[in-house]
Design a protein around this ligand. Structure first.
Ligand code: BES
Ligand code: MN
Ligand code: ZN
Length: 496
């Protein structure tokens, strides 16, 4: 897909916007102009469709005027609430409506719409089209021509967006990379294959190091290694170092990368188990964010670490009741082999802090089913020991459209994971004190955070993958959630 930002009058597909004020339709000036040009065909179609400018609703008008094949009138909702996120989603809705139709050239008309036609908004319109056009068709060998995307050339008529789009173009590549990783099935994307794909990031100036099981054993990562013990594939710890900043401590991003989570001996029910090919969504988010910041040459130091493993039921698999020793020296009683994400993350968190002395650690993981019960697939859950950092992540979520909601941590929850036989247990069994599964998982991770280290844990079990739904920016099951959030956080708070 090609993007350009220049003045242009017409194209095969013309996209214009409209909002709502006092429950009435308000055409943007470019929409009003096109309405006059088409002898009121736009407003007539809007009335017939009872279109009031509702956010991301689309009216399609065929052959409206001089040579235009399709005009899309797209709603942006309440005029007072228009922002980059709204414009991005509206443009994505437009792209979704015409992606596989005949025409290949689209013109998005924003110029003349006052403050709404900013370079930032125009770049985000293009970004929205890019997000909506993402496909994962590599295993569909029988697609007919009319099922394949035709949309190819996108022009937004705001020249000032050219610079802003350099950033969003890199971000689009990062999101697509994360989505590809999530959508890929586990028979293809096993830990060594995942590591091989990350090695290629070195072409972007990222220093990539892969630690194998021998090296992890030498480091004492007994907790991480126990998880992959039943798999035919060796676990891998991939470190991606990007130094774009001055001589400052790095931000560490740590991702859970379970290429498949069967639950292990605490086997999951078979219904829906296929979704656990996406249990590497945290690792995908970290990888995509690294790709994006390296491509756009962010002025920040960031180290990404992903713990890649496969949790299988096997003669050599770890058993419920096993006690493992983590790299931190703390021992863990593994009461449920399906609470494996925390077992991987705790060693990677220890390694990240000891090896890189970061200014802040953020981990991201499809960690608990409980966060899906709490927040569904709209918001990811965040947990933090640092109010200022939690605020920054929250704000980055609002701006990027990848929303997060803060959940509590407290000593009373921490106490629940004490074990009579080891330093801690990896789950709270049913009975009094059970429940709050996302919080006790976060409490577990916090036991591996050094005193004074700013830390945020992001639970993306509900947002990293979901059935294709309403949001036109998420056209496949794997959403790539986290890439936009981290990119925004780095841009606004870690670049000097
Ligand atoms: N990978 C799962 C969590 C998950 C569930 C991710 C649904 C995405 C969608 C995790 O490893 C897991 O199995 N968690 C258990 C923990 C329990 C055994 C304490 C859970 O949430 O049920
Ligand atoms: Mn599990
Ligand atoms: Zn898991």
């Amino acid at each position: 897909m090609k993007f350009a930002f220049e003045k242009k009058e017409t194209a095969q597909i013309v996209v214009v916007f409209a909002g709502t004020k006092d429950n009435e339709l308000v055409l943007s000036p470019p929409a009003a102009k096109f309405d006059r040009l088409s002898k009121k065909r736009i407003s007539t179609a809007a009335n017939a469709a009872r279109f009031k400018g509702g956010a991301s609703s689309v009216v399609t008008i065929h052959s409206p005027a001089n040579g235009v094949d399709i005009c899309l009138l797209v709603g942006v909702g309440e005029m007072s609430k228009i922002n980059g996120d709204v414009i991005e989603r509206a443009a994505a809705a437009a792209a979704k409506a015409v992606l596989t139709l005949g025409p290949s050239d689209m013109l998005i008309k924003l110029d003349g719409w006052g403050k709404f036609a900013s370079g930032e908004n125009a770049a985000r319109a293009a970004f929205g089209v890019g997000l909506a056009s993402y496909r994962f068709d590599k295993y569909r060998t029988k697609l007919k021509a009319e099922q394949k995307p035709k949309l190819e050339n996108i022009v937004v008529d705001v020249e000032a967006a050219k610079n802003e789009f350099v950033h969003y173009s890199a971000l689009l590549d990062g999101v697509s990379f994360a989505r590809d990783l999530s959508n890929e099935p586990a028979n293809i994307l096993n830990p060594p294959e995942f590591a091989a794909r990350l090695r290629e990031l070195s072409a972007l100036g990222i220093e990539v190091t892969v630690l194998g099981e021998q090296e992890m054993l030498a480091l004492g990562m007994g907790s991480f290694l126990g998880v992959g013990q039943g798999s035919i594939y060796p676990s891998q710890l991939v470190v991606m170092k990007y130094n774009g900043g001055a001589d400052e401590k790095p931000l560490a991003l740590v991702g859970k990368g379970l290429c498949f989570d069967s639950g292990g001996i605490s086997l999951k029910p078979s219904g829906g188990m296929e979704a656990m090919k996406g249990d590497m969504g945290g690792a995908a988010a970290v990888s995509g964010a690294m790709l994006a910041i390296a491509k756009r040459k962010a002025k920040a130091n960031v180290v990404g670490l992903v713990g890649l493993s496969e949790n299988m039921a096997d003669g050599n698999a770890q058993r419920p009741g096993d006690i493992v020793t983590s790299m931190s020296g703390q021992t863990i009683e593994v009461l449920n082999t399906d609470a494996e994400g925390r077992l991987v993350l705790c060693d990677v968190l220890t390694y990240a802090q000891e090896k890189f002395d970061p200014s802040c650690v953020i981990d991201v993981a499809t960690l608990t089913g409980a966060i899906v019960i709490s927040l569904g697939s709209e918001y990811a859950g965040i947990f933090s020991n640092n109010d200022a950092m939690a605020d920054k992540v929250f704000k980055s979520g609002t701006i990027s459209g990848e929303k997060v909601w803060r959940m509590p941590l407290a000593p009373a929850y921490d106490k629940l994971i004490d074990s009579p036989t080891a330093d801690m247990k990896n789950v709270v069994q049913s009975g009094p004190g059970a429940g709050a599964g996302s919080i006790t998982a976060a409490q577990f991770l916090q036991r591996f955070i050094k005193d004074g280290m700013a830390w945020v844990h992001v639970d993306i079990a509900g947002t990293a993958m979901k059935p294709i739904g309403d949001d036109p920016r998420e056209p496949t099951w794997g959403t790539g959630f986290g890439v936009r959030l981290f990119d925004r956080l780095i841009k606004d708070h870690f670049e000097g």
